[in-house]
Design a protein around this ligand. Structure first.
Ligand code: SF4
Length: 434
């Protein structure tokens, strides 16, 4: 039996035992189990059951937060409060390289360092080249500006119709609900606006009102993607209010949330949150995954809770040099996502934000990965590879070209093994040279 399936079984049995205890408890206690706020009076052992803690995470917090209880560790607010944000905190946990130390020291402004203790527990503490660590602790390369890079490479500011609302495509909008994330990715497309309260980009409920008023007047909009920042850093009440206001607009058919929290702070997916989200269907979610290391038993729990709430889950992954740019890394990630009921959706070529050259691969690398997945595994495990066109051109899909030309009325097609097949296509234009 593989490690993955052993982990899956442990999660299922934990979840089942939680459900059993919730089902057989007297009514008052049942209410308390369902409501984390009301759960305070119950013995800690029961409250601990609300989220699995992997042995690796337990070892980690006992080492670095020895006074912390499992209940605190499983409280997403504790995770946010305890984020690793300063050089001293980083140095307490990681053996920093000179490059990391110097780069963190000179940082100012948006996209600060921010790592939840849970996510830090997945990182290499002594290895500055460990993939997840590289995505969250800055290096000197971040200060090098290369040709073609920009602070706002996708031209979102240009398409901003009211503060925080980007209306580029005809029938859908991007609603930037907050500038806060639970962790800050060094390659973030919105590095200009996240993690910098009081800076040029501000987020407030007054701003939400303006965006909602715009949407009420624009009946062509049928699809709202809530993003930021990470919308799940908002409290349940605020999220409920915002989703409710959007859902009340008759022509909005469909809501989506783009979030990384179920991956980097899976404890955020409380039963209370799930009850809020379920009120606002049809609601879809895009989850930001990077590497198979993220597929822990905690993430198995957060994704299971969301999927059980009827929320279709898709993934988005940024292709990152020396982090996930090989079939050997990407294939288990995509397979693991399917096992967690997340459909691999987008593989993004890394956007050319300022100081990101060290993260970007050649575009051919993405095609190589798609070529290694397509046909070799189920189509469900194969994401769409896209470049978000600089300057606001939108997403452009790339795929290995299977058309090899023609032989008279036959189209020549290459399959996943590189073999050529003929398809009768006497009336087709594809593959003809005019
Ligand atoms: S979670 Fe998303 S918005 Fe936040 S820093 Fe990472 S990529 Fe940017």
């Amino acid at each position: 039996m593989g490690l993955e399936s052993a982990r899956g079984r442990a999660v299922r049995s934990l979840t089942r035992s939680f459900q059993r205890s919730a089902e057989t408890a007297p009514a008052k206690a049942r209410l308390a189990l369902a409501d984390p706020m009301a759960r305070r009076g119950l013995p800690e052992a029961k409250s601990e059951l609300r989220f699995p803690v992997s042995p690796e995470s337990r070892r980690f917090y006992r080492r670095f937060w020895p006074d912390t209880t499992a209940a605190e560790w499983n409280d997403w607010r504790w995770q946010l409060r305890s984020r690793i944000r300063t050089l001293d905190e980083l140095a307490r946990i990681f053996r920093l390289s000179e490059d990391e130390y110097a780069a963190v020291s000179r940082h100012k402004g948006s996209l600060p360092v921010g790592i939840t203790p849970y996510y830090a527990s997945l990182m290499g503490l002594n290895d500055s080249q460990e993939p997840l660590r590289r995505t969250h602790i800055m290096t000197g390369e971040e200060y090098v500006r290369s040709p073609g890079e920009d602070d706002d490479p996708l031209g979102e500011d240009h398409d901003t119709v009211v503060p925080g609302l980007v209306h580029r495509y005809p029938d859908r909008v991007l609603f930037l609900a907050t500038g806060t994330c639970s962790t800050y990715c060094r390659y973030c497309t919105r590095s200009r606006l996240v993690g910098n309260p009081g800076g040029e980009y501000q987020f407030s409920t007054k701003q939400w009102d303006q965006a909602i008023a715009y949407l009420q007047q624009h009946s062509e909009v049928r699809d709202v993607l809530l993003s930021g920042g990470d919308p799940l850093t908002l409290s349940d009440d605020k999220l409920d209010w915002l989703l409710g206001r959007l859902r009340a607009i008759p022509h909005i058919e469909f809501l989506r949330i783009g979030t990384k929290m179920p991956v980097v702070t899976p404890q955020r997916v409380t039963r209370a949150l799930v009850r809020v989200l379920k009120k606002h269907h049809p609601l879809w979610m895009s989850l930001h995954f990077t590497h198979p290391t993220e597929l822990t038993r905690e993430v198995a729990e957060s994704t299971a809770r969301l999927a059980d709430a009827g929320i279709p889950l898709g993934s988005q992954t940024v292709l990152l040099k020396d982090i996930n740019d090989s079939p050997a890394v990407m294939t288990p990630l995509m397979h693991g996502l399917l096992k967690n009921r997340v459909k691999p959706y987008y593989l993004y070529q890394c956007d050319p934000i300022r100081g990101s050259a060290h993260f970007r691969t050649g575009v051919d690398k993405g095609l190589e990965i798609i070529g290694a997945l397509r046909g070799h595994t189920t189509g469900y495990a194969t994401p769409i590879f896209v470049i978000d066109a600089p300057g606001g051109g939108g997403k452009i899909q790339l795929a290995p070209d299977p058309v090899m030309g023609r032989e008279g009325d036959f189209l020549l097609l290459r399959n996943f093994e590189g073999k050529i097949y003929k398809y009768p296509d006497p009336n087709g234009a594809l593959g003809r040279v005019f």
